[in-house]
Design a protein around this ligand. Structure first.
Ligand code: FE2
Ligand code: FE2
Length: 313
């Protein structure tokens, strides 16, 4: 049997489950709650204290879980009595589960649909809760989760920036999904090459860059010919390392508005990881280093977003 992992924050206690819920314990999958039953608050808290981060479901239950999750997200995100912290944790859990699922099985439509749901929910939380973006951005994670965290950051900020620039609903949706999956193929590079993700661009040799940039084409290979991935998203993912000066792997100099946004925000967040600079310093560096790579208008708009979201404080 094939088991799919889920973050425990994506299943709530005291709800009738429409699927069998498993945990992985002492080298085996154990059915923890059966379909139709509820996860008790007590059991849930116990897992948290034991630092168990994941539940598992079987492949057969994926559709049931997806419906459950849609309901749960709808309920939680629109509930005025639920605090921002809880909303953020749930959305992060959904996005992380979706991305892990996509990394494991990039050709799966279910995984892709879950990523779309995650991107939409992330946007909903950020739009309706002023503190949410800062909370998402400020979280510290273990090194092995850094790529996923980066994807969440890029999704959150690029959607916010696009909202400021009055992009359409459809554009915001496409950008959000593309931002979440833009680095989906990095974990597929070989182990030494993955380390390139953590190195500042300026120290990469010509050969390093060539190898590292393969992740853009690789992503295209994974996602193309999947009828559920539209052309705008494919282009966004393939071109996320392109700049207006033609310095990217595809040497493009003309970028759509969405492509430029994604590339800029990706560049920013990547710098905070590789250069370990503060948000203020990172922005200062970009205003110098990236002139010509992005339009000055966009850089200035971006600065405004970081300011208004309290990220530069
Ligand atoms: Fe990338
Ligand atoms: Fe990236």
């Amino acid at each position: 049997m094939d088991y799919t992992p889920l973050r425990i924050s994506t299943v709530k206690p005291q709800k009738n489950l429409t699927f069998d819920l498993y945990i992985f314990f002492k080298d085996q999958y154990l059915c923890y709650v059966t379909k139709g039953m509820q996860l008790s608050e007590e059991k849930y808290q116990k897992l948290k204290t034991q630092k168990i981060a994941k539940f598992y479901i079987t492949e057969n239950d994926e559709i049931n879980y997806q419906k459950f999750l849609d309901n749960l997200l709808g309920e939680t995100l629109s509930n005025p009595n639920t605090n921002v912290e809880e909303k953020v944790t749930m959305v992060e859990g959904v996005a992380t589960s979706a991305l892990e699922r996509m990394q494991k099985d990039p050709g799966s439509e279910t995984a892709y649909r879950m990523t779309e749901t995650a991107a939409k929910s992330l946007r909903q939380v950020i739009t309706s809760n002023p503190d949410a973006l800062k909370k998402i951005f400020g979280k510290k994670v273990e090194k092995n989760e850094e790529i996923i965290k980066h994807s969440l950051n890029v999704c959150a900020i690029s959607v916010k920036l696009a909202e400021m620039l009055k992009c359409s609903e459809q554009e915001l949706e496409d950008l959000g999904t593309a931002a979440l999956i833009h680095d989906i193929s990095i974990p597929q590079l070989n182990k030494d090459d993955i380390q390139l993700f953590y190195k500042p661009k300026r120290v990469l040799s010509h050969e390093d860059k060539r190898v590292y940039y393969l992740h853009c084409k690789d992503a295209l290979v994974l996602l193309q010919q999947k009828p559920w991935v539209n052309k705008v998203i494919l282009d966004l993912v393939t071109n996320h390392e392109e700049t207006l000066s033609g310095s990217g792997p595809n040497k493009k100099k003309k970028l759509t508005k969405l492509e430029e946004i994604l590339s800029l925000v990706n560049n920013y967040d990547k710098r905070t990881i590789t250069n370990k600079t503060t948000p203020v310093q990172t922005l200062k560096d970009m205003m110098i280093d990236e002139l010509g790579n992005y339009s000055l208008d966009l850089l200035n708009e971006f600065k405004k977003v970081l300011q208004s979201e309290g990220i530069l404080d």
